[in-house]
Every structure is written in structure tokens, then in C-alpha cells.
Design a protein around this ligand. Structure first.
Ligand SMILES: Cc1cc2nc3c(=O)[nH]c(=O)nc-3n(C[C@H](O)[C@H](O)[C@H](O)COP(=O)(O)OP(=O)(O)OC[C@H]3O[C@@H](n4cnc5c(N)ncnc54)[C@H](O)[C@@H]3O)c2cc1C
Length: 481
């Protein structure tokens, strides 16, 4: 199998995590987790800490996709703006959901310590900056976050923002003193090490090719071994493969790319004094200082897989657009990964049918949300904690099913292969494409204003590589094939 994800460079991995073996013998466990990204590893860590026997099956290697190629910024909340969250589920449930997202961030903080993950480099504070002058709108948001959602946040006037970020591109800011950043790649490998230490077994180069979730003991098939488990957690993001294609298709894959510059010396300190993460209000740029005088900067996105190196020039130009005083910046490394965007902007967390769980769709904000998902699922399996049901309105019945209806319903419909389901999925995708078009237009406009060239679609995109998938008669039993 390829070691390189469609959207990521092969950055060197710590040696210890490269010798995890592929599963070559049959195994019986309590919980089988599919995917060793942030979501799968958090479930594994939590469940193993609670005493369950856990096997994680990873088709490539730990952190192969987005989880091993992110910026490490940990914020409260979700990709969905708070106002829309309230509109969807009402004030009280929105508050609960927000509180869960803060618990996810707290989980990361509790584990990303120098003691548990030496060299993790945690530092405090993140600043969300506005691209437009809408200071008055921020006031109500600040009040709501501070008073109703118990989130520490400060409003920064334009002068203060521009004092720390010397650019005329940004206006007001919202400063989150309790947000933080860590070495993101280090974190995912740290999670794997902690899960392993807690007793979870992690197998790399072991794609799950089919699943039969119909019985009490579920069957999982890999190319060289079979597993039986009471619970399966699908944490494969968009790469689950054909066996679970319909689940993957409820997400729109978006490839996001980031770069680290060469050392910029004194000129960086003159342009940027803020030491935390900076995120713009359109979700276009996200950056922070690393290693004292380098910039780590994420910006371009595509809805197809491309070589990250193609975007080195785009990112350099984007940096220069925002901070022209930096002059020409040299790019030292480019990387990226695919995130799964749901139509509604909220993650997919919950039980599809008895013993079959899903944790995916974390989009651009996956650190706190995947940590929360891992905790919720492990606690539900082992302690009967039912708080994951707060996500029911956002599961696979979002297409209009009444709030709280279990997603297993749609799994059943899929099994019957009805055309109504195809229609539902087509409408999802249509809406997702419409949203993506809006976002693309915003991105193009941002590039136009900045005089930078937006990455163009390559003439013949390479098809996305997924784990090889065998057809297994047992597969149809769960209705997911
Ligand atoms: C450039 C970039 C910057 C980002 N920055 C941030 C940030 O600063 N803060 C933040 O909160 N979020 C950030 N994100 C988002 C975050 O990285 C993602 O939301 C998160 O990593 C998703 O984790 P995951 O475990 O769901 O998916 P993945 O990382 O995709 O992991 C899924 C794993 O499952 C495996 N898999 C799939 N199917 C199978 C199968 N059939 N059998 C076996 N294994 C399988 C895959 O190989 C993969 O390793 C960023 C993302 C990118 C790309």
C-alpha cells in the first residue's frame, strides 16, 4: 500500500511508530476501531483506559491523513457557527454541545503534557480576526460566548489587533486565552503511544475490507486476518473505502494544504508579535509562529487530491499579501490532508445500529471535536453514557427525519437500496456542492483582492486511492454496502 496520502507529503515519522505490524492472525476483542487518526486513537485510548480490550486497524499508518498533517490549534466549538447551532437544536442543547466541545479541548490539554508527550510544545491563546469591519456584530457574540456558553473570550479593537499583527487586512479580533496550540503531528503519535501503553493494540498496514455488523459479535475482515468484536467504531474519515462508501459519501472531502517557511529572522518579529494561532473569520487563513521565527500557514483548499508541493507558491504569495513587509518568503515544507466536511457542519457521532459506531466529519476543527467524540463513544459503550444522542439531529437522518431518530433507520433503508435513499444522498451532495461553491467563490475573491493566484484544478486529477476493498457476502448484512 502507498504510505503517502493523496494530499500529504511523507514527513519523517518518529521511529517507534513505524514498526507497528499488520494484523496477520485472527483476534477477538471488545472494541475494534477502524482508523488510527485523532478520532480512532482517542476512542482506543479512552476505552483501553476503562479496561476494554481494543484493537485499532489502520489501513496505512498512524496519522497518515489529516490527523498527522494539521496545525495543532485547539479551540472550543465546532465548524458550525454558534448562531446556526442554536437555530438547529435550540439554546439549551446548543449550550450542552458547546460544553462537550470544551471538554474535548480539555481532554487534549490533559494528555498533551510534557510529562505524557515530551516535546509537545503546548502554548496558550488563539485569535480569531475579522476580515471586515463588523465590530458591533462581535459584541453580541462575545456576550453570548462569555455569559451563556462559559467560554473565556476577549474582544480586541482594531488597534490592538494591528499592534500584534501588522497588517491592514484585519479588523477586530476575538481572543481566546484558554485556546492553545501543540505540535499537531506529535500529538497523534503521542495518542497512539498512550493508547498502546493503556493496552490497546494498533495494527498498521491493515485495511478493513468488509464488515458484518449484524450479529452480537461483529465480524471484521482484513486482507490477512479476521476479527470478532462486540463493538466496531468507524473512524476512517473519508477513506473508509467501498465497503462503507455510502457513509463516506455523506461527507464532502476537502484537501487542505499548509506550509512551514524557512527561518524569517527579525522581520517576522517586526510583523507579528502575537505568539498564538491566528484564524481569519472566513476560514481562509490559519497561521502561527513556530520554532521562534518560522511561519506555519494553512490556506489553500481543493475538492480533489493534489500534490501539496504544488501549493508552495500559493502559500508564499498569500503570506506576502497579508504581510507584504516580509518580502519574499522561502517555503521549507508543504503538507496537507483530506478533511471530511458534513453538509450541516457538525461531526457525525453516534451509534448507527447496535454495536456499530461512527466518529467522523470533523472538518477543519478536529482536535477538540474528535477528542470529544472519542470520549463520548467509549463512555457510552462502557458506562452507558448517552450524551452522544445530542448529536442525533446531525447524524445520517439529517435529511428531514425528526430530531433524535436513530441513524440505524437510514442504515436499514440503505440495506434495501431504495431510490428514496439515493435521492436523500443526492440532495446532501447537491447541498454540499452548493456550500463548497460559495466557499470557493469567497476564496477566489480573497485571492483576487490579495492579488494572489488561486490554485487551479489539474487537467487530469489522479483518482483518490482508497484501501483495497474485497466484496464479502457478509458485508451486505449491515446494510452499508
Ligand atoms: C492542513 C490541515 C490543518 C488542520 N489544522 C487543524 C487545527 O489546527 N486544529 C484542528 O482542530 N483541526 C485541524 N485540522 C483538521 C483535523 O486534522 C481533522 O479534522 C482530523 O485530523 C480528522 O481526524 P480523523 O481521525 O477523523 O481522520 P483521519 O486523520 O483521516 O484518520 C482516519 C484514518 O482512518 C484510516 N482508514 C480509513 N479507512 C480505513 C479502512 N477501511 N481500514 C483501515 N483504516 C482506515 C485512514 O488511513 C486514516 O489514517 C487540520 C486539517 C488539515 C488538513
Amino acid at each position: 500500500m502507498s504510505d503517502t496520502p493523496p494530499g500529504a507529503t511523507t514527513r519523517s515519522e518518529p521511529a517507534a511508530i513505524r514498526d507497528r505490524q499488520r494484523l496477520s492472525f485472527d483476534l477477538d476483542v471488545d472494541i475494534c476501531v477502524v482508523g488510527a487518526g485523532l478520532a480512532g486513537l482517542t476512542v482506543a485510548l479512552e476505552a483501553a483506559r476503562m479496561g476494554a480490550s481494543v484493537a485499532v486497524l489502520e489501513g496505512r499508518h498512524v496519522g497518515w491523513n489529516a490527523s498527522g498533517h494539521q496545525l495543532g490549534t485547539v479551540m472550543p466549538g465546532y465548524g458550525l457557527p454558534i448562531g446556526e447551532l442554536i437555530e438547529r437544536v435550540g439554546f439549551e442543547d446548543a449550550r450542552e454541545l458547546w460544553s462537550l466541545s470544551r471538554q474535548g479541548a480539555a481532554f487534549v490539554r490533559a494528555n498533551a503534557t510534557e510529562e505524557l508527550m515530551p516535546g509537545i510544545g503546548l502554548s496558550e491563546g488563539a485569535l480569531e480576526v475579522s476580515n471586515v469591519d463588523v465590530g458591533d456584530q462581535l459584541i453580541s457574540r462575545l456576550q453570548m460566548l462569555g455569559e451563556d456558553f462559559e467560554t473565556e473570550v476577549e474582544g480586541w479593537q482594531v488597534d490592538r489587533v494591528r499592534d500584534q499583527l501588522k497588517t491592514g487586512r484585519y479588523f477586530h479580533g476575538m481572543y481566546y486565552p484558554k485556546a492553545f496550540q501543540i505540535d499537531g503531528r506529535h500529538y497523534v503519535h503521542g495518542l497512539a503511544a498512550l493508547a498502546h501503553r493503556a493496552g490497546a493494540r494498533i495494527f498498521e498496514d491493515t485495511p478493513v475490507v468488509s464488515i458484518d455488523s449484524s450479529g452480537v459479535r461483529k465480524r471484521i475482515v482484513t486482507p490477512s486476518a479476521r476479527l470478532r468484536a462486540s463493538h466496531i467504531v468507524l473512524a476512517g474519515n473519508i477513506h473508509l473505502g467501498a465497503a462503507l462508501r455510502r457513509l463516506s459519501e455523506t461527507m464532502l472531502p476537502v484537501w487542505r494544504y499548509a506550509a512551514v517557511t524557512a527561518p524569517l529572522g527579525e522581520r517576522l518579529a517586526e510583523a507579528i508579535t502575537f505568539q498564538g494561532s491566528v484564524i481569519d473569520s472566513d476560514g481562509v487563513d490559519h497561521f502561527r509562529i513556530v520554532d521562534g521565527d518560522r511561519l506555519m500557514w494553512a490556506s489553500p483548499e481543493t475538492t480533489w487530491s493534489a500534490r501539496p508541493q504544488r501549493f508552495a507558491g500559493t502559500i508564499a504569495r498569500r503570506i506576502r499579501t497579508i504581510f507584504p513587509q516580509l518580502g519574499k518568503v522561502e517555503i521549507a515544507d508543504v503538507f496537507g490532508g483530506a478533511v471530511g466536511q458534513t453538509v450541516h457542519g457538525m461531526p457525525q457521532i453516534g451509534q448507527l445500529r447496535k454495536g456499530l459506531w461512527v466518529a467522523s466529519g470533523f472538518g477543519r476543527q478536529g482536535l477538540n471535536t474528535s477528542a470529544m467524540a472519542g470520549q463520548l463513544i467509549a463512555r457510552s459503550i462502557l458506562w452507558g453514557d448517552e450524551r452522544w444522542r445530542l448529536f442525533s439531529p446531525f447524524e445520517l437522518v439529517w435529511a428531514g427525519g425528526p430530531t433524535g431518530r436513530v441513524a440505524g433507520h437510514i442504515v436499514g433503508i440503505w440495506g434495501r437500496g431504495s431510490s428514496a435513499t439515493a435521492g436523500v444522498l443526492a440532495r446532501y451532495r447537491e447541498k454540499a456542492r452548493a456550500q463548497e461553491r460559495i466557499r470557493e467563490a469567497r476564496r477566489l475573491e480573497a485571492n483576487r483582492q490579495g492579488g494572489t493566484r488561486s490554485p487551479s484544478r489539474p487537467p487530469r486529477p489522479r483518482p483518490e486511492r482508497a484501501p483495497p476493498v474485497a466484496t464479502d457476502p457478509g458485508e451486505g448484512a449491515n446494510g452499508l454496502s
